[in-house]
Structure formats: structure tokens, C-alpha cells
Design a protein around this ligand. Structure first.
Ligand code: PLP
Length: 408
């Protein structure tokens, strides 16, 4: 009798893949081990220290022995502070008792929402280019990915008519990320209003990834999906502290939702992580809304805004590049194909020849985005300038090489 291959993963993993950011990061580690100094525009990892108020409060919590299990939903004092933050960000009230779960960062919010509500065979719509967790977790839920490709000529805005055409009787969920990783786009309010209408009409659940909601520029106003008519009850919001307070290693985030969704979301969260580390929750509860901590978060956003301006100034020196000016998050998605090579090759040469890491667009949305690279401006201004100078010089070099080839 033929034996099972015990090393073969479960069928639900068949289409899953590792994140392209991880692939680049591993190569960056190798290069660094060889003694190369790499400017990292690859990872979406804020470079600031976590606000001191949060660090101090967490150390205090450890000393006060907040080292045991917390309530599965999270410490009530933290849920109360999150409720205040939500009200400040969105002007909407979420009940700390019934409508908030503290999670292990933004990544868990996506997992919980998809595992709690997608059945095998359901269709879930994503807009690409996109954060890769959505696609992989849809696969793990046994559901089907419906990919709507956003177009650069549209400024990567959603086309509501196309959305309408792609909905079928099997469509259960729509996933939206605003502001968007990797395009840096903040969706226009009138576009979101149309999307909301369509979701209500077709009775869809929306998972709204709002992890960059506080990082917006040019006075752009962020508007939550949950705030449109008929949307609060069908929108699960994922948010967290990784980007807001530069806390990627702490692994803490939160879900906001209608209380009727609590049971399903809590089942997934509970059997996945039990609870987020209690001392971290206590530290955040004590410090996250202190004026000095809020001010530090605001300063981070102002710093990103300055870096964004620098990045755009350099990109504008290269007539062969096209890009949509980022209005939120800390990414810019650049079409480099005008130089004569695609994003895969540009990203490879940039890293290997000029010590600057970036993410090829193909990793964030497949073949349709192979002309693009994603740059994250999460390093200090000096490094941003140095890295951008390398990009400008590489573009000029590639253009010159291609001219020579044509002339031959
Ligand atoms: C769009 C988006 N959602 C969620 C996350 C997950 O963040 P976290 O580190 O909080 O898990 C990221 C991280 O880069 C992201 O870009």
C-alpha cells in the first residue's frame, strides 16, 4: 500500500506562497553578512523608536506582574482606550465590551476575519496590487480569490462599475486596504461611497484594513468604510499599533466590528492566540492616548511626509518613471519600464549593483505589475537621499545602455 507523504502540507496550502518582502529581506541579510551596507526601501517597517511612554508603561506592567492570561478579548482597560482612539479617528463608537478584540497585530486581524466568515467555495474580492496576506489567507480559508486589478492610468483608484461586474452570487466578502500598501493611494470619498452602496446592495461583508489610517498627507482626510450608510454592520475593521506607533515587534492590533460578529471572530482569535501578551496590553492601555505619546505618533507622520517629498523630487528627475504621488502610508509604486527594463530586473540591479533594496511589483500583484517597483520610505532622510540618488543614477545607466543597444 502506498504511504502518505507526511511532509506534504495540507491541500489548503497548495496555492500559498511566502511573502516577496521576505524573499528580498533574506537576500539583504546575505548581502549584509558579506559586509555590504544596504539602504532598505524593501520592508514596510517604520524605523522610529516606539514612544518612550509606551515602553516605560510596559516595563511598569511587567514589574506589576501583568504576566498571566488576559481576557480573550483583551484587557478591558485597553479596549476602552481603543474605543476612544476609534472615536477620534472615525467619529464612530465601538463598544469596548462587545465590539473590540485585541489581536496579535494587523496580521491576525486579517486571519480572524477571513477564517471566521469565509466558507470553502465563497468568493472574496481583492484589489491588486495588494498586501499578500489577503490572497494567501483566502486560499487557507478554502475560498476563491477574485482579483480586480487597479490601473495606474486611473491613479490606482477603484472603478465601481468594474467591481459591480465582478460580483457573483458566490461573492461573500470584499477586502479593501485604505490607505493602500503598495500604491500609497487614499481612495476618494466618492469612490468609497459607490463601493459601499454596491456592498450593501449585494449584502457583502467588508474587511477594511485601516492599518495606515493615521498616515495621510496633504491634508487628505481618511474616511473609514464603516462610516458609509449601511456599512457599520457589515464592516470588520483591522487596525493596530505596528505602523501607528512603530511597534512592529510588539505584535498588537485590534478588530472593530458589529457585536453580532463577536462570537465567530472570538472563536478564531481564542483558538489561535488565546490572548495578546498581557503586559503589552497594560502598557498600551496606560500610555497610548497620553498627549506626549500621541504627539510622537504625529511627529512620525510629519517625518514620513518630508521623506515622501524628497522621494518624489528624485523620481521627478527621471522622465522615464511614472508613479502616483503617495497620499498615505509610506510607499510609492513606480513604473520603471520606461528605462527599458522591467521592475524585477530594475529591483535586482538596484540591490545587487547599488545596495538599495526594493520590492518588485510582480511580487505584489503578479505579471500585471512587473513593470513596477515598490519603495518604502522608512529610513532617515540622509539614507532616503542616498538611496534615491542611486535610483536616479541606475535609471540613467539603464537608459544609456538601451540607447547603445538600439544604435548597434
Ligand atoms: C496593508 C497591511 N495590513 C496589515 C499589515 C500587518 O501589520 P502587522 O505588523 O501589524 O501585522 C501590513 C504590514 O505591512 C500591511 O501593510
Amino acid at each position: 500500500m502506498e504511504q502518505n507523504n507526511i511532509f506534504q502540507g495540507a491541500d489548503r496550502l497548495e496555492h500559498c506562497y511566502f511573502s516577496p518582502v521576505r524573499v528580498v529581506s533574506e537576500r539583504v541579510f546575505e548581502l549584509q553578512e558579506q559586509g555590504r551596507e544596504i539602504i532598505n526601501f524593501g520592508e514596510g517597517e517604520p524605523d522610529f523608536d516606539t514612544p518612550k511612554g509606551i515602553v516605560d508603561a510596559t516595563i511598569r506592567a511587567l514589574n506589576e506582574k501583568y504576566t498571566h492570561y488576559a481576557n480573550n478579548r483583551g484587557l478591558i482597560e485597553l479596549r476602552r482606550e481603543i474605543s476612544k482612539l476609534a472615536e477620534e479617528m472615525m467619529g464612530m463608537y465601538y463598544s469596548p465590551e462587545e465590539e473590540i478584540i485585541v489581536t496579535s497585530a494587523g496580521a491576525e486581524t486579517i486571519n480572524d476575519a477571513l477564517m471566521a466568515f469565509l466558507n470553502p467555495g465563497d468568493e472574496a474580492i481583492i484589489f491588486t496590487p495588494a498586501f499578500f496576506n489577503y490572497e494567501n489567507l483566502i486560499y487557507m480559508a478554502g475560498a476563491k480569490v477574485i482579483n480586480i486589478r487597479l490601473k495606474s492610468e486611473n491613479g490606482f483608484q477603484i472603478d465601481p462599475e468594474e467591481l459591480r461586474r465582478r460580483i457573483t452570487p458566490r461573492t461573500k466578502m470584499l477586502i479593501i486596504n485604505n490607505p493602500c500598501n503598495p500604491t500609497g493611494v487614499v481612495y476618494k470619498e466618492e469612490v468609497l461611497a459607490e463601493v459601499a452602496k454596491i456592498c450593501v446592495e449585494h449584502n457583502l461583508i467588508v474587511f477594511s484594513d485601516e492599518i495606515y489610517s493615521k498616515i495621510v498627507y496633504n491634508g487628505r482626510k481618511f474616511r473609514s468604510m464603516a462610516s458609509f450608510p449601511g456599512m457599520r454592520e457589515r464592516t470588520i475593521i483591522g487596525n493596530g499599533f505596528s505602523k501607528l506607533y512603530s511597534m512592529t515587534g510588539w505584535r498588537v492590533g485590534f478588530l472593530l466590528f458589529d457585536k453580532r460578529m463577536m462570537n465567530s471572530l472570538l472563536l478564531v482569535h481564542h483558538y489561535c492566540v488565546t490572548c495578546t501578551p498581557t503586559f503589552i496590553q497594560k502598557g498600551l492601555a496606560d500610555a497610548m492616548n497620553l498627549p506626549e505619546v500621541v504627539a510622537e505618533g504625529q511627529k512620525m507622520v510629519e517625518t514620513y511626509a518630508r521623506r515622501r517629498d524628497i522621494v518624489c523630487r528624485y523620481l521627478d528627475q527621471v522622465p522615464e518613471f511614472t508613479y502616483a504621488q503617495p497620499e498615505g502610508a509610506f510607499y510609492v509604486f513606480v513604473n520603471v519600464s520606461g528605462t527599458g527594463i522591467d521592475g524585477d530586473e530594475f529591483s535586482r540591479r538596484l540591490r545587487e549593483e547599488r545596495n538599495v533594496a526594493s520590492i518588485p511589483g510582480s511580487g505584489l500583484g503578479g505579471e500585471d505589475y512587473k513593470d513596477f517597483i515598490r519603495l518604502s520610505f522608512v529610513t532617515d532622510e540622509e539614507n532616503v537621499k542616498k538611496g534615491m540618488q542611486q535610483i536616479v543614477e541606475l535609471a540613467a545607466e539603464v537608459v544609456a545602455e538601451n540607447k547603445k543597444k538600439v544604435a548597434c
